[in-house]
Design a protein around this ligand. Sequence first.
Ligand code: ZN
Ligand code: ZN
Length: 371
Amino acid sequence: MTTTAVHPAERLERARQATAAAGLDALLISPGADLRYLTGYDALPLERLTCLVLPAEGEAFLVVPELERPAALASPAGGLGIGITGWTETEDPYALVAARLPARPACVGVDNHMWAEKTMAFRAALPGTRQALAGTVLSALRRRKSAAEVGALRRAGAAIDRVHARMGEWLRPGRTEREAGRDIADAIVAEGHVRTDFVVVGSGPNSASPHHDLSDRVMRPGDTVVVDIGGTTEDGYCSDSTRNYVLGEAPADYLRLHEVLLAAQRRQTDAVRPGITSGELDAIGRDFIDEAGFGPYFIHRTGHGIGVESHEEPYIVTGSELVLEPGMAFSIEPGIYLPGRFGARIEDIVICTEDGGERLNLTPRDLTVLP
Ligand code: ZN
Ligand code: ZN
């Protein structure tokens, strides 16, 4: 039931209006985040064509391989009141879509992540029709979350917080990052996700590599450990949070690094409000870290949007003039990495509200000392 609130039929209608306003004749949406966003259908990306067709004028319909039709009907898409047409092995699904489009379209928006072979098959089936990116229409819708979507992200945030709160069960000297990572992945599912999207356990010098995932390095007393974890909940919305742990006593200069990072991240989360630009928000943390002498070691953007994908618009990045609006959801995750030594990153998902920001991750951001 949460699913219908999160994926309301009115979302299709808003997308249809935006398609018309953009001058496109239809959107062609293949399995992936856009299809999940529009219908709630988490379809398998197969060589056989599954495609939501959303004409600017007329009724939306879903074309699926006949053998996938029961799954499509059982998904939230089955409750949206749209036609779900199965195609059999001897039919050409591209010709079927072309024949059902209202008139010879001048321009269609294809899913940003549609496989090239499908995009080109549509090009052949619709000669003379230009193709544009469906993202030009959908990203503006997807980046402003509804109250139901914010609720789903809040539940995802609470679920990943419960995993961070249990970290002492898994991070211990003598265990490898990979052993800890396996347990953490299981806990991500046990604490309220349907799948684990990523687990980063960067211990000791590995904590200085922002996208390190897991290795066979054995954790040792005095190690600093970056743990960055996320999953997808039953509603289809994602979590993503990073905290820093130390096994025993932290190196003295690490404590200062973490303090600077904590203050930078707090300044940034406190500054979230409608009207500030993404670039200004990035600079608030970057300038502070720079003044503390760590500027060259903050080597990535401040954050990324999150929703039905763990990385989506809006990106919080140097120079961006994108103005934050209520309903936008994104990470604030500055990091400082001293190559070969150690590093840290602190990450919360934050919602831009009518008058400020709401953090969705509430576990302590201070360095957590584990025995
Ligand atoms: Zn993360
Ligand atoms: Zn992130």
